[in-house]
Design a protein around this ligand. Structure first.
Ligand SMILES: [Zn+2]
Length: 320
């Protein structure tokens, strides 16, 4: 019998660990969305209660001149200037990077989510709510906004793990790493003991991480995955979905880093090559990622053209 591409991939324990870890991130995202959505509204209400002048009657008078770009924002009207000050006063990273480019400041008086995005990583300008965000966006908001009362070290530990998952060039993590990840997630989730939907997800994560995570590949007559008592059996299509989500996030990350020239073009090209090599052996995943790969390829070509136009030009600085 010919093994499916998925079965071959999952024969590699480290790859399986990588997918498991990614599945945890998706579960984490799922249980944080509702909570974060409610808290963002509460935060916005608190802000307006403290500074009523910033409410729905306030209007940006700067028009297009009040448009932020990446980390830059020079407000051209009083309302935006006051909002900027207010946001910074609640930002735990106020002296570091604030990705103002995520926000449309004209909407700050009426749209809580536009305010929330100032506490998130770059590249989220088009996200209209927590349901469109990945785990790291939600975790960063919880970490950077002082409305969330939480031991921040526990959040940053999980963010660090998330970055290790996404930056793993071979898409593999060890079992020891996975155990450590489980502990860090547990520490983080323990901070939310009074939020039932977050508490509930912990047992699922624990089950997932400690199980062998057998993937049920259905026989001809069983199209759907079987829901076993333990709930840790997934169908082929469910695992595929998780892999796709993870790979898309990984490619998006490579794209953003290349776009902002945070990494050297050679490094981008090495990372791209590794993903391509992986996809070459995994036709089932490649098909779903054509758009993302094309986007990356054209960005890379564009940078190459620029580089050849300016020989000896400055190399982009690498940021820590
Ligand atoms: Zn303005």
């Amino acid at each position: 019998m010919v093994l499916s591409e998925l079965a071959v991939r999952l024969n590699c324990p480290e790859y399986k660990n990588w997918v498991k870890a990614g599945h945890c991130l998706l579960l984490l995202r799922g249980c944080l969305q509702g909570f974060v959505g409610r808290e963002v509204l509460a935060f916005h209400r608190d802000l307006l209660a403290a500074a009523p002048g910033l409410g729905p009657r306030a209007f940006c008078r700067g028009g297009w001149r009040c448009s932020p770009r990446a980390r830059q924002f020079q407000p051209q009207c009083q309302v935006c200037a006051e909002w900027k000050r207010e946001i910074l006063s609640h930002h735990t990273n106020r002296n570091g990077d604030v990705h103002w480019g995520n926000c449309r400041p004209g909407l700050w008086p009426v749209d809580a989510w536009e305010v929330a995005k100032a506490f998130m990583p770059r590249g989220l300008a088009d996200k209209r709510g927590p349901e469109e965000c990945d785990a790291v966006a939600l975790l960063s908001l919880i970490n950077c906004c002082d409305h969330f009362m939480i031991d921040r070290k526990k959040v940053t530990e999980v963010i660090k793990c998330r970055n290790e998952i996404m930056h793993s060039s071979e898409m593999k993590v060890s079992s020891m790493w996975l155990r450590d990840f489980q502990m860090k997630i547990q520490n983080f989730l323990n901070e939310f003991r009074n939020i039932p939907e977050i508490v509930a997800v912990y047992s699922r994560i624990e089950q997932l991480l400690t199980s062998d995570w057998a993937v049920h590949i259905p026989e001809e007559d069983q199209r759907d995955g079987c829901e076993c008592e333990t709930g840790i059996y997934l169908s082929e299509s469910q695992v595929n979905e998780i892999e796709m989500e993870l790979l898309k996030e990984k490619l998006q990350e490579i794209y953003l880093q290349a776009e902002e020239q945070e990494v050297l073009p050679e490094e981008t090209s090495t990372r791209l090559e590794m993903v391509k090599e992986f996809l070459r052996h995994n036709e089932d995943l490649r098909k779903g990622l054509t758009e993302e790969m094309q986007k990356l390829d054209s960005l890379y070509l564009q940078h190459q053209k620029q580089d050849s136009k300016e020989p000896g030009g400055e190399m982009p600085e690498e940021r820590a």
